[in-house]
Ligand binder design. Structure first.
Ligand SMILES: Nc1ncnc2c1ncn2[C@@H]1O[C@H](COP(=O)(O)OP(=O)(O)OP(=O)(O)O)[C@@H](O)[C@H]1O
Ligand SMILES: [Mg+2]
Length: 280
């Protein structure tokens, strides 16, 4: 760990980090926060966890999948005591699932390939999608797990296997390049290209981070997307396609190990954002 910084013009914070899983990223945030003179407590988010908000100044939520309700309850307690929560939308209970995010993006005129809940009643619409191949995504998926591409001919048999409404069906988009753009507090602070040997571009699935210069257009789309779903610290995945810039996803607790492996700094940006939020 690097030596502590001295002479920083900031208040000492007691930060609580909650996450349903351990992550390399949490170690990085912890190191940077300690360097800046803050105290960090990390707890695994799981059933039975009891938190006294009075012991902390700020709550930073990382992975919450599987424990959303608990995360929201704890976030609300901090919020009611006027203590900063990142993401604040969890405290306000306005977090959305994948489909609801897509609907918001479409309302903001961001490009999303045709998408429907994968249900029997939507089969006719899904069959009319432009692409021959269809991407099936779990509603609360992450890191590319459970996502697959099937031919339209397989839709019926797959529906029988899956049951209703836990998956989305989406037109397959020919993505030429896929970028990860990091947006904090409405500013695109950096990004990279994700290079993959197959059509799935998650770093977790083996895609490689590559340095990239982001165009103004890509940055604007990422900023609009993050803003539209009120995500404070956002990892926006943007694909370039013939039909436009596809907003694949806005992650509210983005992985950044791949980005930092390119010699970039991200963990410190999270800590600085939390400092700014506490000062407000
Ligand atoms: N409609 C599509 N057409 C082509 N490729 C797609 C499409 N949707 C997703 N992909 C590819 O699959 C990857 C994973 O998709 P997506 O981000 O929707 O799911 P996830 O990563 O599992 O979820 P999350 O981002 O919430 O963690 C994308 O990064 C992209 O490379
Ligand atoms: Mg994704």
């Amino acid at each position: 760990m690097a030596p502590p910084l001295t002479g920083l013009n900031c208040i000492e914070m007691k930060i609580l980090i909650l996450s349903a899983e351990k992550q390399q990223e949490i170690h990085r945030i912890t190191d940077e926060a300690k360097r800046r003179g803050h105290k960090i407590t990390f707890r695994i988010l799981k059933k039975g966890l009891k938190i006294n908000p009075d012991k902390f100044d700020v709550l930073l939520l990382r992975a919450i999948i599987g424990n959303v309700k608990l995360a929201e309850r704890i976030a609300e307690k901090f919020y009611l005591r006027e203590k900063p929560v990142v993401d604040e939308k969890l405290a306000k209970k306005i977090d959305r699932n994948k489909m609801e995010n897509y609907i918001v993006f479409m309302h903001k005129h961001l490009y999303i390939p045709k998408t429907e809940y994968f249900t029997k009643s939507n089969l006719i619409k899904i069959k009319k999608f432009d692409s021959e191949w269809i991407v099936l995504k779990p509603l609360s998926g992450k890191r590319g797990i459970g996502i697959e591409r099937i031919h339209k001919n397989e839709l019926e048999s797959r529906l029988k296997k899956f049951g209703e409404t836990t998956y989305l069906a989406q037109e397959f988009a020919e993505i030429k390049k896929e970028y990860r753009v990091y947006v904090i507090d409405g500013k695109a602070i950096g990004g990279m290209e994700k290079v993959s040997k197959n059509w799935i571009h998650n770093i977790y699935q083996g895609a490689k981070p590559k340095k990239a210069i982001l165009s103004t257009k890509i940055k604007e789309v990422a900023i609009d997307a993050a803003k539209s779903v009120e995500t404070e610290i956002a990892g926006c995945d943007i694909g370039t396609t013939k039909k436009g810039l596809f907003v694949i996803e806005v992650n509210r607790s983005p992985g950044f190990a791949g980005y930092e492996s390119l010699g970039k700094k991200f963990a410190v940006e999270i800590v600085k954002y939390v400092e700014r939020k506490l000062k407000k």
